[in-house]
Write a protein that binds this ligand. Structure first.
Ligand SMILES: Cc1cc2nc3c(=O)[nH]c(=O)nc-3n(C[C@H](O)[C@H](O)[C@H](O)COP(=O)(O)O)c2cc1C
Ligand code: SF4
Ligand code: SF4
Length: 261
C-alpha cells in the first residue's frame, strides 16, 4: 500500500519526523503543505494519508487547517497523524479529527511527541544535549509509529482540553493577523541574502532596498528569524541575544519553498 505524508515544518522538526516515518513505511511520498493541496481525490483502499506538523498555540497551525480543509480524501482511507510540540499538544489531534470527520473520514492512527521548542519569542533554543535527546527519542517514536501504520493498527485520537485548545488557538493565532509581524525588525547584521524570503511558507517577506519587509499576513512560524544566517532578525526586544534553533538534521534548502518538490 502506498502512502503520502503531508507535512508542515518551519524549523525542521516535523520534516525530520515525516522523513523517518516515510523511511519506515517504504513506498511513501513526503509532500509539503506550503504548496497547494492536491486537486484530485487522494487515498482510497490502496493509499494511506498522513499528516505531520507542529503544534501552534495549543492547536493546529492555520496553514495546516486551511490545507486539510481544501483536501478531497476518499471515504474509507486509512489516515494517520503524528504531531510534535515543545511542551504540550493538548487537543491538536482532535482539531484535525474534527476537520476530517466533516469530510467523512477520520484518523485511524494518531500520536505525537515532544521535540525541541522553537518559540523564540518566549524562550531560547534548548541546550544542545537536551536537543539531541529529544530528537533521538522522537526518531524512536517515529519508527514505532511507522511499524504500527504499516500494519494498519488502530490508535484513535484521545480528546483532551478541547475547549481550552479551541479558545487559546483562536485567540493567539487568528486575532491581530495584520499586526503580529510589525514587531519583526532587522539589524545592521543583515546582508540582504534573501534567505528569510525563501523559507517563508506564505511569501510574507519581500526584499526592498536590500532589507526584508514583512507583508502582514504572517503564519507566525518563525522560520525567518530562526534560519537567518546572520541572526539579523529580532522580534521586538525579546529575542535579542537568544540562541536560535533549527533541527540539526535539516538543511535550509529543505525548507526553502521554491526548492520543495
Ligand atoms: C507560533 C508557535 C506556537 C507554538 N505553540 C506551541 C504550543 O502551544 N505548545 C507546544 O508545546 N509547542 C508550541 N510551539 C513549539 C513547536 O510546536 C515545536 O517547536 C515544533 O517542534 C516545531 O516544529 P517544526 O520544527 O517542524 O516547525 C509553538 C511554535 C510556534 C512557532
Ligand atoms: S535572511 Fe537575514 S541576512 Fe538574509 S536578508 Fe533576511 S534578514 Fe537579511
Ligand atoms: S514572515 Fe516569518 S514567521 Fe511569518 S510566516 Fe513567514 S517565515 Fe513564518
Amino acid at each position: 500500500m502506498g502512502s503520502t505524508i503531508y507535512y508542515f515544518s518551519a524549523t525542521g522538526n516535523s520534516l525530520t519526523i515525516a522523513r523517518q516515518i516515510a523511511k519506515g513505511l517504504g513506498d511513501c511520498i513526503v509532500q509539503s503543505m506550503a504548496l497547494e493541496p492536491p486537486v484530485e481525490p487522494v487515498g482510497g483502499p490502496d493509499g494511506s494519508i498522513g499528516f505531520v506538523f507542529p503544534v501552534f498555540y495549543i492547536g493546529l497551525p492555520r496553514l495546516v487547517k486551511h490545507f486539510v480543509e481544501r483536501m478531497n480524501i476518499i471515504k474509507g482511507t486509512y489516515c494517520f497523524a503524528f504531531i510534535n510540540f515543545g511542551g504540550n499538544g493538548a487537543d491538536t489531534l482532535g482539531m484535525l479529527e474534527d476537520i476530517l470527520q466533516e469530510k467523512g473520514v477520520h484518523l485511524s492512527y494518531a500520536d505525537g511527541v515532544k521535540m525541541p521548542g522553537n518559540y523564540i519569542v518566549k524562550y531560547p533554543a534548548f541546550a544542545p544535549d537536551v536537543i539531541q535527546k529529544l530528537i533521538k527519542n522522537a526518531m524512536d517514536k517515529a519508527d514505532e509509529a511507522a511499524g504500527a501504520i504499516a500494519e494498519g493498527r488502530l490508535q484513535p485520537v484521545k480528546r483532551t482540553a478541547r475547549l481550552f485548545s479551541k479558545i487559546a488557538n483562536y485567540n493567539y493565532l487568528y486575532k491581530g493577523i495584520a499586526e503580529w509581524d510589525k514587531k519583526f525588525n532587522v539589524t545592521s547584521k543583515c546582508t540582504g541574502c534573501g534567505v528569510c524570503t525563501k523559507v517563508c511558507p506564505v511569501r510574507n517577506i519581500k526584499i526592498e532596498g536590500r532589507h526584508p519587509l514583512w507583508q502582514h499576513h504572517c503564519e507566525r512560524c518563525l522560520a525567518c528569524i530562526q534560519w537567518c544566517p546572520c541572526e539579523a532578525i529580532e522580534y521586538g526586544q525579546k529575542t535579542i541575544g537568544r540562541r536560535r534553533y533549527h533541527n540539526p538534521n535539516i538543511e535550509v534548502e529543505d525548507i526553502m519553498v521554491s526548492l520543495i518538490k
